[in-house]
Design a protein around this ligand. Structure first.
Ligand code: PEP
Ligand code: MG
Length: 581
């Protein structure tokens, strides 16, 4: 049994069989071969070893010719490893005696060898582990074929273990089969985490290296509440987590009963609870959980699932689906928040050293006007089907806001001329995600119909901490006193200007912060659909008077740790079952 600590990014507990997706996306199933085909499988292995041997020899010759013997010798060493008698015997024995598939035997044996090298004190030898991984990859590529295993085609219940998953790869996971996932890298505020929550797949990221210790097929427990991953748990641990799973289910059933009830505090203040979605398919979950609307539709996810630029019709169809399903409940369309942080580097752009400070979000939209207009036309055309609102992300200057509004006005004019119907009164709002915007918020508020505070970005820009980097994840804290003050400033300014405000960052969906946010004056929260029942339960269990006292005390504290502990204690007093440990 081995326990890893990572960052909890999507709640829930799961127990399942490990499916390892390594850097190259190989899936290494624990497959056993039947007795009759054992010799065929040994032959398949032998052929793969020969083919990889020939491939390495070719590489050696090419490198020797270009760079000389010293460099070619690297590949000679690879060849020697590949032909190592002991390793070959071990592989064959696993197939003949244990009936392992050749793929499984290769990953088991080579990973074990690599681990032995990694643990050696000698740096030079430790680095040889990479050579073994290289061999493993070459062999698996031969055995499994070149194709990258399609994450979207997983059709048996598994726990996915990977070095990293991009947001679009995560979006391909089918929650019906993928019980949970764990990645070696990643941070709490990254978009992979956001998609996991949207899909309701328990997830832990940023565990550090562990893939050398697994090859697939082992039992894994993922505790998405505590950020814990247990490899090959003992029976007692499995039994404990099974009990916890049962408790989760019971709590979910109890919360389900709140569906038709309003999110109203004990002293009769109604709180609006809307949902954050990434894909149209999530709207049903919003209705099932009793959402008052969609407070944040991250429309850019349409781009992450396709390889070419979506057409206006593709945008339009997605938007119609969302609006029609939500009926007269409001839907906030956040315009494209694309950039290198989400899509990786686009080959057409020069590499950005700091994508989060670069050409992302509204900046990209204003630079790529045809793309922006295409999206706006689709939103406006769909707006007649329900209650649509437009929201601009990452606004950091008044000029930017005015420019964006101008593009909307121009697009409206075009539609008008073309005789296309749309909602002429459509509300326009902006996200508050940059500290500079908070400082000048009174000016912005005079020019928008509503604001939504994006704490995921606000925290990273206020604290100078990359939201997706696990090296600095411990510094990324919603409970930082500076973050609280920025929230207070924003909500106070909105109240004074009479402009509705909500919070749509992950913070608003964390039970720890509900009392604080209500106490700071927030009356609208937008959260992942899965947590609506929990947040509603808290709203219905507290008084605003108490929340105000809690907020006041928290605001006077000086450290994030102190604030977090205090908020959890206060929550425990009112709804103990929803207070994080
Ligand atoms: C935010 O930054 O808080 C937010 C909601 O936007 P995103 O997470 O998509 O950047
Ligand atoms: Mg944001």
């Amino acid at each position: 049994m081995q326990t890893l600590q990572g960052i909890a990014v999507s709640p829930g507990v799961a127990i399942g069989e490990a499916l390892v997706i390594d850097n190259e996306g190989f899936r290494i199933p624990r497959r056993f071969v039947v007795r009759d085909v054992v010799e065929d499988e040994v032959e398949r292995l032998t052929k793969a070893l020969d083919a990889v041997g020939a491939e390495i020899a070719r590489d050696r010759d090419a490198v020797t010719e270009k760079l000389g013997d010293d460099y070619g010798a690297i590949f000679t060493a690879h060849l020697q490893m590949l032909r190592d008698r002991r390793m070959n015997d071990e592989l064959v024995a696993l197939i003949r005696e244990q009936h392992h598939s050749p793929e499984y035997a290769v990953s088991q044996v080579l990973r074990r060898y690599a681990k032995i090298f990694q643990e050696l004190r000698d740096n030079y030898l430790a680095e040889r582990a990479n050579d073994i991984f290289d061999l493993e990859r070459r062999l698996l590529r031969r055995l499994l074929g070149e194709r990258r295993e399609e994450l979207g085609h997983i059709t048996s219940p598994v726990v996915v273990l990977a070095h990293n998953l991009t947001p679009s790869e995560t979006a391909m996971l089918d929650p019906q089969f993928v019980r949970a996932f764990v990645t070696e890298i990643g941070g709490a505020g990254g978009h992979t985490a956001i998609v996991a929550k949207g899909l309701e797949i328990p997830a832990v990221v940023g565990t550090g290296k562990f893939l050398t210790d697994v090859s697939g097929g082992e039992t894994v427990i993922v505790d998405g509440d505590l950020g814990r991953v247990i490899l090959q748990p003992d029976d007692e641990t499995v039994a404990r987590y099974q009990r916890e799973l049962e408790e989760h289910r019971t709590l979910a059933v109890r919360l389900e009963e709140l569906r038709e009830l309003p999110a109203e505090t004990l002293d009769a203040t109604r709180v609006t609870l809307t949902a954050n979605i990434e894909f149209p398919r999530e709207v049903q979950a919003c209705l099932d959980r009793g959402a008052d609307g969609v407070g944040l539709y991250r429309t850019e996810f349409l781009y992450l699932a396709v390889s070419s630029e979506p057409t206006e019709e593709e945008h339009y169809e997605a938007y119609c689906q969302v609006l029609k399903t939500m009926g007269d409940r409001p839907v906030v369309f956040r315009t494209l928040d694309l950039g290198a942080d989400k899509l990786g580097q686009s080959p057409s752009h020069e590499e950005e050293r700091n994508p989060f400070l670069g050409l992302r979000s509204i900046r990209l939209s204003l630079k790529n006007l045809p793309q922006f207009r295409t999206q706006l036309r689709a939103i406006l055309r769909a707006s007649v089907l329900g209650s649509a609102k437009i929201m601009f992300p990452l606004i950091s200057s008044l000029q930017e806001l005015r420019q964006a509004k101008m593009v909307v006005a121009d697009t409206m004019e075009d539609l008008e001329e073309a005789g296309v119907d749309f909602d002429r009164e459509i509300q326009i709002g902006m996200m508050v995600e940059v500290p500079a915007t908070v400082v000048l918020l009174d000016k912005f508020l005079a020019e928008v119909d509503f604001i939504s505070i994006g704490t995921n970005d606000l925290i990273q820009y206020a604290l100078a901490v990359d939201r997706s980097n696990n090296e600095v994840a411990d510094r990324y804290r919603a409970s930082d006193p500076a973050v609280l003050r920025l929230l207070d400033m924003s909500l106070t300014a909105a109240r004074q200007a009479g402009v509705p405000a909500s919070v749509c960052g992950q913070m608003s969906g964390e039970t720890t912060y509900t009392m604080l946010l209500l106490g700071l004056g927030l009356r609208a929260l937008s959260v992942p659909p899965a947590v609506i029942p929990e947040i509603k339960k808290i709203c219905r269990s507290v008084t605003l008077t108490r929340c105000r006292e809690v907020a006041e005390r928290a605001m006077a504290m000086e450290s994030s740790q102190e604030i977090e502990t205090y908020l959890r204690e206060e929550l425990r007093k009112v709804v103990p079952e929803l207070a994080p440990c």
